[in-house]
Write a protein that binds this ligand. Structure first.
Ligand SMILES: CC(C)(O)CC(=O)SCCNC(=O)CCNC(=O)[C@H](O)C(C)(C)COP(=O)(O)OP(=O)(O)OC[C@H]1O[C@@H](n2cnc3c(N)ncnc32)[C@H](O)[C@@H]1OP(=O)(O)O
Length: 258
C-alpha cells in the first residue's frame, strides 16, 4: 500500500474511498494532492475487486479550491510549460464510476473536482462556487465548461462572474447535484450508492458511463447511434446472459464482470 500524506485511500468491499486530507488548508488542492490522487486512482482502476470510486473531504470542506499559496508566485511561463492543471484530466478519463460526496466548501477547483465525478451527492451544508474572479483569474480545471453544461448559461454566468456561492438546495434545483442528504448521513448514503453501483456488472457500468458522457461530446443522432452499437455489443457479455436469465428465473443476478 502506498503511503499518502494529503489523501487517505481505503478499500471498503468493492468501493474505493479517497478522502482528501489537508484539514488545515480546507483540503486546498496542491500538486501533491493531485499526484497522490492520480496514484490512488490508478490503483483503484486496475484493481478488479473495485467497482466504484468515492471521493470525499471533511465535514467543513470538500475542497476550498486549488492551492492559492502554491499558485501565487507562478509566472505565465511556469503555468504554460507545466501545463498546470492538465493532470486533473486523469479523473475525467476514469473508466470506473466515480461519486463525489460533498460537505462544506466546494469552491473553485473543489467544485471542479466534484464536477469531474459522475455523480455528485451533497450534504445540506455544502456550498458550491467558482470564486476565481475574485482572485483575478477564471476557473482552470474545466469549471467554465462543466458548470455551464450542468446548470446552463444563466446560472453559470451568474456564478462565474460574481464569484458568489450557492447552497446545496440551489445546486440541486440547478441540476449540479443529484441528491441532497443530511450532513450526518452523507457518507453512509454515498457508500450505499457506490455499493449499489459496484454490485452491477462492472463492464456494463463502464459502458453506461461512457454512453452518458458521449452525450456531452457529440450530436444527438451520433450519440444515439453510439448507444445502439454498444447496446448490441453487450449481448456478447456473460453478464447480459446472467442478468436476463436471472429476471426470467425470478432470482437475483450474479454478475461475473465478464
Ligand atoms: C483551479 C482554479 C483555476 O479554478 C482556481 C481555484 O480553485 S482558485 C481557489 C478558489 N477558492 C477560493 O478562492 C476560496 C479560498 N478560501 C476562502 O475563501 C476561505 O478560506 C473560505 C471561505 C473557504 C473559508 O473561510 P474561513 O472559514 O474564514 O477559513 P480560512 O481561515 O479562510 O481558511 C482556513 C485555512 O485554509 C486556507 N485556505 C483556504 N482556502 C485555501 C485555498 N484555496 N488555497 C490555499 N489555502 C487555503 C486558509 O489560508 C487558512 O489557512 P491559514 O492561512 O490560516 O494557514
Amino acid at each position: 500500500m502506498t503511503d499518502f500524506e494529503t489523501i487517505l485511500l481505503e478499500k471498503r468491499g468493492r468501493v474505493g474511498v479517497i478522502t482528501l486530507n489537508r484539514p488545515k488548508a480546507l483540503n486546498a488542492l496542491n500538486s501533491q494532492v493531485l499526484q497522490e490522487l492520480v496514484v490512488a486512482l490508478d490503483d483503484l482502476e486496475t484493481d478488479d475487486g473495485i467497482g466504484a470510486i468515492l471521493i470525499t473531504g471533511s465535514e467543513r470542506a470538500f475542497a476550498a479550491g486549488a492551492d492559492i499559496k502554491e499558485m501565487q508566485p507562478k509566472s505565465y511561463m511556469d503555468m504554460f510549460m507545466a501545463d498546470f492543471f492538465a493532470g486533473w484530466d486523469r479523473l475525467a478519463s476514469a473508466r470506473k464510476p466515480t461519486i463525489a460526496a460533498v460537505s462544506g466548501f466546494a469552491l473553485g477547483g473543489g467544485c471542479e473536482l466534484a464536477m469531474l465525478c459522475d455523480i455528485l451527492l451533497a450534504s445540506d451544508t455544502a456550498k458550491f462556487g467558482q470564486p476565481e474572479i475574485k482572485l483575478g483569474v477564471i476557473p482552470g480545471i474545466g469549471g467554465s465548461q462543466r458548470l455551464t453544461r450542468a446548470v446552463g448559461k444563466a446560472k453559470a454566468m451568474d456564478l462565474v462572474l460574481t464569484g458568489r456561492n450557492m447552497d446545496a438546495e440551489e445546486a440541486e434545483r440547478a441540476g449540479l447535484v443529484a441528491r441532497v442528504i443530511p450532513a450526518d448521513e452523507l457518507l453512509d448514503e454515498a457508500l450505499k450508492t457506490a455499493e449499489t453501483i459496484a454490485s452491477m456488472s462492472l463492464p456494463v457500468a463502464m459502458v453506461a458511463k461512457e454512453a452518458v458522457n458521449r452525450s456531452f461530446e457529440t450530436t444527438l443522432s451520433e450519440g444515439v447511434r453510439f448507444e445502439r452499437r454498444v447496446f448490441h455489443s453487450l449481448f456478447a457479455t456473460e453478464d447480459q446472459k446472467e442478468g436476463m436469465a436471472a429476471f426470467v428465473e425470478k432470482r437475483a443476478p450474479e454478475f461475473k464482470n465478464r
